[in-house]
Design a protein around this ligand. Sequence first.
Ligand SMILES: O=c1ccn([C@@H]2O[C@H](COP(=O)(O)OP(=O)(O)O[C@H]3O[C@H](CO)[C@@H](O)[C@H](O)[C@H]3O)[C@@H](O)[C@H]2O)c(=O)[nH]1
Ligand SMILES: [Mn+2]
Length: 750
Amino acid sequence: MKNKGEKSSVYPLNTYEVPRRTKPNRVFMLIYACGIIAIFYHHLTSLVFYSNHLLPSILLLIADLVLTFMWVISQAFRWCPIRRKVYPENLKKLIKEEDLPALDVFICTADPYKEPPMEVVNTALSVLAFDYPSDKISVFVSDDGGSQMTLFALMLGAKFAKYWLPFCRKRNLSKRCPKVVFDPNYDSDHQLKSCISQEEFLNMKALYEEMVTKVKHVMEQGYVDDDSIDNDEERHVFDKWKVNGFTRQHHPTVIQVLMESLKDIDVSGIPLPNLIYLSREKSKHFYHNFKAGALNALIRVSAVMSSAPIVLSLDCDMYCNNPQAPRLALCHLLDPVEGSKIAFVQFPQRYKGINPTDIYNNELTRPFIICAEGFDGIGIMNYVGTGPFINRKAFYGGPLQSKVNIFPGFNSDDESDLLANRKTMSSKLILEAANKVADCNYEQGTHWGLTLGFRYGSMVEDFFTGYRMLCEGWRSVFCNPTNPAFLGDFPISLNDSLVQVQRWSVGLIEVGFSKYCPLTFGTKNHSLLMGMAYSFGAFWPVLAIPNIIYGLLPQLFLIHNIYLFPKVSDKWFYPYAYLFSATYIQDFIESYYVYGITFKKWWNEQRMWLVRGVTCYSFSFIEFILSRIGISTPNFNITSKVINNEQQKRYDQEIFDFGVESPFFVALSTFALVNLVSFSFGIAKVIFMDGNLEELFVQLFLSGFVLVNCLPIYEAMVLRKDGGRMPTRVTLISLVITLLLCYATGFARK
Ligand SMILES: O=c1ccn([C@@H]2O[C@H](COP(=O)(O)OP(=O)(O)O[C@H]3O[C@H](CO)[C@@H](O)[C@H](O)[C@H]3O)[C@@H](O)[C@H]2O)c(=O)[nH]1
Ligand SMILES: [Mn+2]
């Protein structure tokens, strides 16, 4: 690595390095481009002069055009990737502790049954315990599930925090999420053993477990019963749920201040942070815009109650793993030169409990780390929904705006009243104003969702909003400390994982095929490289096209003795062989040597690329088209964070989980069967019918390649007996479709 980011300052807050591979990468781009040109030359000449098989030739040309388009725009990531380093120790030299900026943390939850309230409490406690002045932290939990159980759990969490925060602070614990500290597997951490007496540890654990038991009881009941409540004041809080007609989809705003810095202190006498529960108003008559709507309500409510200049947004399952996180982010946000231009500092999405070879590629190192370093090199970073520290100003317009009105909708008299009353967060005036901005009709006729706050119109509000901020002239930065700042949950079953990626894909396509298409809008409003990099994100799902064409077409035609590629002895065979192997080899070298991804992990990632291509990427196109013609509206299917023991066991043993009768699996099984039939036919032909291997080599190789990728699918169809096997109905339906496809190809011979 070459160090290029050396700052002249004696106490730099951050530097960056340019990896040595950048120049070789650019040379490689040139050679690779020559290979692509050769293939297109061959395509055109063979299409014009010799094509006996017009339809498949055109389809293969389309597949290559899409692959080329995606390759070209993806080069933005390889152009000048960088790796940053931060120096939080220098922060102290530049800014006094009492001058550190205040921080508002947003935590979103939406369903107590898919997102257990104890998870939310753990996440909240892990950030309340940041290594940061307590009275500068305000945590706002948004509950789109409108659940009294979640509020109840947070109430207990607030009581527990009085003990928990001093406990963490006194020992300077490196992990501050109670669930992690009290996990029996965490015992190995010597830090705990060396600095806490066994008695103290057990006392704290007992307090935690008492809270868990109470929450469990309430969850079993489905409501907060009188026995679980300590006093009338608390009882009164839950009266709101007793009103007739209070449902998840239809209820008034609930705002509850659970801890208030100016009033509440912990057991060591230090002020506690602020903790606020918010469930914005929901009405059947207003579209609520899912998470983006929740976040906009949070921006406004927090503006009224605390208006910290820096905002951290987290999903409820993303607990803080590194209490230094705010200081690491400040190393960028307080940078004397660049700081004021930065809209957000993004930490990568990292997960706990990924199995050793990451069978479903949940880690997503390619988009979350490798592409992120590429983005960072062009001065921007993709916003990934959870883990960004955001400059509050960026929600209200570009970096050059002179005065930001963070109280839109209030006149200046109201505004000064609010500021004067700010000291007591739970004052009537503040609560009334906060309730007003959380109303579901508040946004009517305003610019919220259009040019203010989180932008509506895409299921990936994070990708879309971050992108629009950058188009307004902001910069953003990627921060990836060795000790991950946040760790979250991920779907442990294949179907859930595909459902999640389908939602992302729909959201990305919504951006790609809108007037904000990064290829035009981004390029014009920012830079060519940014347009390319963001387009790669927005058009990611179009990889389904080459995937399906290359995964089915040559195979189906092989069965009908039609050969679509040059013979091995033909000189045109070489560009194909070169591009195929160069793509995989480059990808592997980069993954293995630069990012330490083992061969098995890498192979699983390649497999998931194929799997997603035939399932969620393609299905997302169908969903997108259906929504455009008004047949359906995309829905935010919340990923379940509840552990199913049997599924968890299979996941830990690295066994694929099919098990449900999902349309994804019909598509996947059909894909696997076509390749099995084609490969068997090809081999039989070479061995028994004296077929010419030279002629059918490419098609046979492609079938064999997909076949190797699909081995777990055949196993799940035939050999397995457990709950994760391929359902028989899915196998039978796919078999019928496979036979139909093989038969129908006969008609498309010409
Ligand atoms: O109506 C809704 C739906 C979801 N959420 C919250 O959104 C977050 C993400 O939901 P999850 O089901 O976990 O989806 P993921 O696919 O894991 O989320 C990723 O993708 C989302 C965009 O699709 C981003 O918003 C997330 O930050 C990012 O982690 C959770 O905290 C939910 O509580 C809401 O607040 N309101
Ligand atoms: Mn999630």
